[in-house]
Design a protein around this ligand. Structure first.
Ligand SMILES: [Zn+2]
Length: 323
């Protein structure tokens, strides 16, 4: 009797308690949960003492009979529960209630679960991929095509591994890198390529069929095309995928110039400079990064430092076409 009395005198609607409204908004970080919208639902009011809210805890299945997506099998408690709530902006909330056919409960549940993932992924900003460069012991790639590796080659050439790992739970788009090593790159080999992504790896500068003779008496002939820098461009890197490329390099005549590129100096000479894009609030946002490389001239060994966000403030030297 009491239940009936309460319902008739107050409301027939199973409205959400304040606690549910607050938690569903906080879980959504106050962004509208409709993937095509994701508008922020909080903002400044023209009155400097007030904030404006444009969000609503919407019912996935209506609060009362006859309402959109009403489910008669739900109990009153289920209707008022967090599970039945989705955070939307006012216009998206109107939209889903006016066109029940286009927005059935399955669609709203899908939005909610996508939005949970979106927010737990730092609001959609993916982490920088793990990028490392290291010089390998010995050589795996024969410097001259399928020929065998001779002892002499080992002293002339160096093989370096570039490994890129996307450890995010989401795709990153249009990853491009400019790779500038202390030694000229002769050739490269793709060791690991994520399924479903395509990419291109080629010299940035004009290619030369050149001989690099000099004090080091390094002879590079027979179609080997040393390049100072390489460009790597991929369309997508799937979640938890790895891209592994080996580069074969040789010391060049004027490489001593490049050796002074110590990390202690103000400008950085050896590095991987790149960017990728990620979708956020309906746009693709670029994020630039810089991987500084250290070089030990005596052993001719490259090691990478931690990858960092690049805002252009750090001075880097862009080497031009060789020689
Ligand atoms: Zn919206």
């Amino acid at each position: 009797m009491l239940g009936g009395l309460v319902k008739t005198t107050m409301s027939d609607r199973d409205d959400f308690p304040e606690r549910v409204k607050r938690i569903v908004a906080q879980r959504a970080a106050y962004f509208c949960s409709r993937p095509e919208c994701r508008n922020l639902t909080l903002g400044p009011h023209s009155d400097p003492e007030k904030a404006l809210s444009n969000g609503v805890a919407a019912h996935i299945c209506a609060a009362s009979p006859g309402g959109p997506r009403f489910d008669p099998t739900q109990t009153e408690e289920e209707r008022r529960s967090l599970d039945n709530a989705i955070w939307l902006c006012h216009s998206c909330s109107d939209l889903v209630d006016k066109d029940e056919q286009a927005f059935p409960k399955e669609v709203l549940r899908e939005w909610k679960s996508l939005h949970d993932k979106f927010i737990s992924d730092s609001g959609g900003v993916p982490q920088l991929p793990d990028i490392t460069v290291r010089t390998l012991e010995g050589l795996v790639m024969p410097p001259r095509g399928p020929a065998t590796i001779r002892g002499k080659d080992i002293s002339l050439f160096r093989e370096h591994e570039l490994l890129i790992v996307n450890h995010n739970s989401r795709l990153i788009y249009w990853l491009t890198c400019r790779i500038q090593f202390p030694e000229s790159i002769i050739t490269h080999r793709i060791v690991e390529n994520p399924a479903g992504s395509s990419f291109d790896c080629k010299p940035d500068s004009m290619q030369l069929v050149a001989s690099a003779t000099g004090s080091g008496s390094v002879s590079v002939t027979g179609g080997l095309r040393p390049a100072l820098n390489y460009i790597l461009a991929s369309d997508t890197l799937p979640p938890r995928s790895r891209l592994n490329i080996h580069f074969l390099s040789t010391a060049s005549e004027n490489s001593s110039d490049y050796y002074m590129s110590g990390l202690g100096s103000e400008s950085l000479m050896n590095y991987v400079l790149g960017q990728f894009q990620y979708p956020l609030l309906g746009e693709y946002i670029p994020r630039r990064f810089l991987l500084p490389l250290n070089f030990e001239p005596e052993r001719r060994v490259i090691t990478s430092l931690p990858c960092e966000d690049y805002d252009g403030s750090r001075s880097i030297i862009h080497r031009e076409t060789w020689p």
